[in-house]
Design a protein around this ligand. Structure first.
Ligand code: SF4
Length: 359
C-alpha cells in the first residue's frame, strides 16, 4: 500500500470515503501535503477539520513517506545540489536540484538500482533492487522543493525523471506520481515541464503514447547502429534501434510532440563526422531535437569527452541535416551528478567502480 503522499487527489477522496470521512476534506489535506509541503504532524494541525484530524490520528490512516537525507553535496556552481535520501526500508536513492534562478529543476529517481545495465553507469553496475512507489517519487520532489524554497525562495519549475532507474520500467507508479506533481492543487508543475528520460524502453514508449497526459519524452541514443549502441546500452539487444525509432515516430505522431534525443559524446567512440551524419540520417523526417552531452569524466570509466572543437563540428553536421541540435552544459560534475555516482562513491569499497550516467 502506498503512503498518504502517494495518493492522487481522486484516490485520496476514495480513501477518505472508505474510512467514513467526508471526501470534501481531501482538499485541505492535499493542500497541506503538496502545496504547502508541510512536514509537521498533520493530525495536530489546527486548521484541518476535526473528522480529518481524528482519521489522521487513527490506525487506519496511511503513514507519510519519510525520506531521510543521508548526504548532501553542493556543487561549486552554487545551484546544483545532490541529495542521497534514505527510504523507510533503508534503501538509498539520489535526487538532484539543478538549474538557475527562475528555472530550477528536480531530477528524480524511479527505482532503487536499475535493471538496464548500461556499461558506463554506476547505477547500472549496482543492479536492480526494487521499483519506487508513487509516494517515494513524490517524496523526492517534495524534499527538493523544500530545500529550494529555503535556499532561494522559489518553486520547482521542471521535473526530469533522469535519476536512478529506468522510469518507463516503473510505469504505473510513475504515472501516479506525475499526476500528483502536476495537480494544480499541489506543486502544479506543468505537464510539458516534465521530461521522462528513457534509455529505450520501447513498450513503455507505446504506453506513454496512449497515456492521456502529455509529458516530454527524451530518449538516449548514443549510437547510430545496433553494434555501437548495443555496446553501451544492453537494452538495445531487446529493442534494437529500428524498433526504438519506430516507437519514437509513433509517439511523436500520436502526441503531435517533439522527441528529444540525447547523445553523449565519448571521444574516439561516437564523436566522429561519420557518426554525426548517420545520426542525422536516422532521425530524418521525425519531429526531433538532438541534445549533445559531452561525457561526464569520472575515475572508473575510461571514456573521455571530446574537445570543444570536435563537439561544435559534430553539432554543425547534425544542424546541416536539418535537425535542431544543442550542446548541453554539464552541470554538477563536481558533485558527481550523474545517476548513481553519489551512492556509488559511498560504496566504492564494495562496488569498486564509479561511472557516469550519460542519459
Ligand atoms: S543510464 Fe539510466 S537506464 Fe542505464 S543503467 Fe543507468 S540508470 Fe539505468
Amino acid at each position: 500500500m502506498d503512503s498518504l503522499d502517494g495518493l492522487t487527489y481522486s484516490r485520496l477522496e476514495e480513501r477518505l470515503s472508505a474510512a467514513g470521512v467526508n471526501p470534501v476534506h481531501a482538499k485541505p489535506l492535499f493542500n497541506r501535503l503538496h502545496r504547502k509541503l508541510l512536514t509537521g504532524d498533520l493530525d495536530e494541525a489546527e486548521t484541518l477539520p476535526p473528522p480529518l484530524r481524528r482519521w489522521l490520528a487513527s490506525e487506519e490512516a496511511l503513514p507519510r513517506c519519510q525520506l531521510v537525507p543521508s548526504a548532501v553535496t553542493p556543487s561549486t556552481d552554487g545551484y546544483t545540489h545532490k541529495y542521497l535520501l534514505r527510504l523507510a526500508d533503508g534503501a538509498e536513492i539520489e535526487s538532484v536540484l539543478m538549474g538557475f534562478p527562475g528555472r530550477f529543476t528536480a531530477c528524480l529517481s524511479t527505482q532503487v538500482g536499475c535493471a538496464m545495465g548500461c556499461v558506463f553507469c554506476a547505477t547500472g553496475q549496482m543492479g536492480f533492487s526494487r521499483h519506487l512507489r508513487a509516494g517515494e517519487i513524490v517524496g523526492q520532489a517534495q524534499y527538493v522543493a523544500r530545500r529550494l524554497r529555503e535556499m532561494h525562495g522559489e518553486p520547482i519549475r521542471n521535473i526530469v525523471l533522469m535519476g536512478m532507474g529506468e522510469p518507463l520500467h516503473n510505469f504505473d507508479p510513475l504515472m501516479e506520481a506525475l499526476e500528483i506533481l502536476t495537480d494544480t492543487r499541489g506543486l502544479n508543475i506543468g505537464p510539458s515541464r516534465v521530461a521522462i528520460s528513457t534509455v529505450g524502453h520501447v513498450a513503455g514508449i507505446y504506453k506513454l503514447a496512449e497515456h492521456p497526459a502529455r509529458y516530454s519524452l527524451a530518449v538516449s541514443l548514443h549510437g547510430a547502429s545496433d553494434a555501437e549502441r548495443g555496446a553501451l546500452v544492453p537494452i538495445n539487444q531487446r529493442w534494437p534501434l529500428a524498433e526504438l525509432l519506430k516507437a519514437c515516430r509513433a509517439y511523436s505522431e500520436r502526441k503531435r510532440a517533439k522527441v528529444f534525443f540525447a547523445w553523449t559524446l565519448i571521444a574516439g567512440q561516437n564523436d566522429s563526422a561519420d557518426h554525426a551524419r548517420r545520426l542525422g540520417e536516422l532521425l530524418q523526417g521525425m519531429n526531433a531535437h538532438v541534445n549533445l552531452i559531452p561525457l561526464n569524466p569520472t575515475e572508473d570509466f575510461s571514456g573521455r569527452p571530446p574537445d570543444d572543437a570536435s563537439v561544435r563540428a559534430f553539432q554543425q553536421i547534425v544542424l546541416d541535416a536539418g535537425l535542431p541540435c544543442t550542446v548541453r552544459q554539464r552541470r554538477g560534475i563536481d558533485v558527481a551528478a550523474g545517476c548513481g555516482q553519489l551512492k556509488s562513491a559511498g560504496k566504492r569499497s564494495s562496488h569498486g567502480r564509479n561511472a557516469s550516467c550519460v542519459r
